[in-house]
Design a protein around this ligand. Structure first.
Ligand SMILES: NC(=O)c1ccc[n+]([C@@H]2O[C@H](COP(=O)([O-])OP(=O)(O)OC[C@H]3O[C@@H](n4cnc5c(N)ncnc54)[C@H](OP(=O)(O)O)[C@@H]3O)[C@@H](O)[C@H]2O)c1
Length: 332
């Protein structure tokens, strides 16, 4: 079956579909993995014209990259693969324990990702978190050598501040900055988004559905599996949940007006923020994937965009693990 073609957007020099597929939940964080449904979802995404697959070495400590390899074996030419390095995980639990942006760690990480993915080149290689112990110039310097060696095509940063982005871009062009951005996570709008636009760096919003919160599908902590990462997040705690459910109610109201699903409204709002924005909604299910791609046909009115833009979530994005929020308050 030949894939449908979608319009494209640019992340620096990389031309990609306007929505990517976030693959993290297929291996990590949001309940039990389902290998067969995940593989079917990956194939359906490519058949539907999605070209950007987002993974990281730490998602399931390599499991997620190995899962993508099963699809890349036959469909490498149809997609751009984005992966990340720079977060060390606990070997026993697989949980993140801190950043490592050292050149030695980066050099080993890229070879391990290439091997797990079964590819010769990574299309977009991100530093997952900036390491405050290593000047960004050093980390991006070693990433630039990977480009020279043909191991990596484009370089990205995740959760970087505007200042870090500028310093990194001075060493080697940065194609994309990936940070949490959605109706409920707005921090990057103040300084990261303007800096990215000034430099011509593309914007990749992660958790664009607020980790499921904005869809209403992951509304109550007691409905989540015992090991679901969201149980630890402030927005799912009792003191914040009522306010956040009221926010979901506002999104539902706009969705009803627009004849769309809440997830589609959340994605359409992000897509309307500019042609340089490529959200990567995450799912391991074909039916959610199909619904999310329907956002490309949803146009919100200026009034609806304005109402959605005034909503604010209760609670921080992450629990009190300062390093995980990135390298500045602006990226919090
Ligand atoms: N750079 C970083 O630090 C970072 C951090 C987090 C994530 N990411 C990347 O960003 C991607 C997306 O973020 P995310 O997965 O955290 O959050 P998300 O895309 O905001 O939400 C994912 C959650 O929403 C559910 N969902 C998806 N579509 C839905 C729909 N149409 N209706 C109802 N529920 C729906 C998913 O359910 P199912 O799981 O049941 O399908 C999953 O629980 C990740 O996969 C990962 O690649 C990067």
């Amino acid at each position: 079956m030949s894939a449908r073609t979608l319009p494209t957007r640019h992340l620096g020099e990389l031309e990609v579909s306007p929505l990517g597929l976030g693959c993290m939940g297929m291996s990590f964080a949001y309940g039990a993995p389902d290998r067969d449904e995940s593989l079917a979802t990956l194939h359906q995404a490519i058949d539907s014209g999605v070209t950007l697959l987002d993974t990281a070495d730490m998602y399931g400590t390599g499991h997620n990259e190995e899962l993508l390899a099963e699809v890349l074996r036959t469909r490498r030419d149809e997609v751009q693969v984005a992966t990340k390095f720079g977060i060390r995980t606990d070997p026993d639990t697989g949980m993140p324990i801190g950043q490592d942006g050292s050149p030695a760690y980066a050099a080993a990480a890229v070879n391990a990702s290439l091997r797990r993915l079964g590819v010769d080149t990574i299309d977009l290689y991100y530093l997952h978190r900036v390491d405050p112990r290593v000047p960004i110039e050093e980390t991006v310097g070693v990433m630039a050598t990977m480009v020279g060696e043909g191991k990596v095509r484009q370089i990205g940063l995740s959760e970087a501040s505007a200042d870090t982005l500028r310093r990194a871009h001075a060493v080697h062009p940065i194609s994309a900055v990936q940070s949490e951005w959605s109706i409920c996570s707005r921090d990057i709008e103040e300084s990261v988004v303007p800096a990215a636009r000034e430099l011509g760096v593309g914007l990749v919003p992660y958790s664009p559905l607020g980790r499921g919160l904005l869809t209403g599908s992951a509304a109550a902590a007691h409905d989540l599996a015992d090991d679901d990462f969201r149980r630890t997040l402030p927005r799912w705690q009792a003191e914040n949940l009522a306010a956040n459910l009221a926010l979901v109610g506002q999104i539902r109201a706009v969705a009803e007006e627009a004849g769309a699903a809440p997830a589609q409204v959340a994605l359409a709002w992000l897509l309307a923020q500019g042609p340089d924005v490529v959200p990567i909604p995450g799912t391991k299910r074909r039916r959610y994937l199909a619904e999310n791609l329907g956002a490309l046909a949803v146009t919100l009115t200026p009034d609806q965009l304005g109402r959605l833009g005034r909503l604010r979530a209760a609670g921080e994005r992450y629990p009190d693990m300062a390093w995980v929020r990135g390298d500045s308050a602006a990226a919090r």
